[in-house]
Design a protein around this ligand. Sequence first.
Ligand code: COA
Length: 258
Amino acid sequence: MTEHVLIEKAGGVLTLTLNRPEKKNAITAPMYRAIGEAIDGAADDPQVRCVLLLGAGDIFCAGNDLGDFAKVNAGEGEATARADENPMLGALSRARIPLVAAVQGRAVGVGVTMLLHCDLVFIAEDALLTTPFVNLALVPEAASSMLLPQRIGHVRAFSMLVLGEPVDGRTAAAWGLANAAVPVKDLLARATAAAEQIAQRPRAAVGATKALMIDQAAIAAQMNEEAVYFAQQLASAEAKEAFAAFAERRAPDFTRVA
Ligand code: COA
């Protein structure tokens, strides 16, 4: 349990709200656990027919808590920051329950890669998606190194994953990363309506259709492969410099690293 994830169940929809707006909904180990348990638990709860993922405040999610990453880099902290031990990524990737997301402001890192496991995504027109893994000396996770190029093509995915180039809401919708880009004032209503619509559909048929559409074995294999590189990089001197730079509000200088 953490106050940083709000969990509400109504009308067949389980709403999970990242609720750490003062830190732009950066995700910590307890938050990963809370979301992972809620999504896994939804599988056995006949009252839940759809999961809606929201972020409180002006930004959907600023990605993994960089302080947590720095702790793992220093040999402390919880392994949940590692891609292979992350209960949220595991639950998202094996979920048969439909997942709907509403993205406002910014989504960074895992805030973007989680969207690749969602079945419907609504995004504010002026929102920005960024995946600055390489800028942080890390590698992509959540099978995004496979799912993102599959979804948008290699060259677009490379510019996002390696250069960290932002993609705005309208472009995200045009590229197939979101169903629709909408004015931010309409975002919650649009995503809620879609989740409620799914909740009206026959639960077993929906779950089977989702399972048929997703190659879970390929996703699991890619996540395992990513996790090897992710763990190496998370412990690296390059990453130490990147996390120190964030904490000191300066640009990283990777030429300092041998
Ligand atoms: N981990 C930990 N803390 C974070 C965070 C993160 N990923 N993202 C933001 N925060 C914290 C900031 O340190 C700041 O804390 P403070 O008020 O105690 O100083 C607070 O959230 C507000 O962030 P700020 O940067 O002032 O907000 P902003 O609106 O100017 O910018 C972002 C928002 C998301 C663009 C910016 O915070 C950012 O780039 N964050 C890092 C994103 C990132 O690299 N994530 C990892 C991806 S793998």
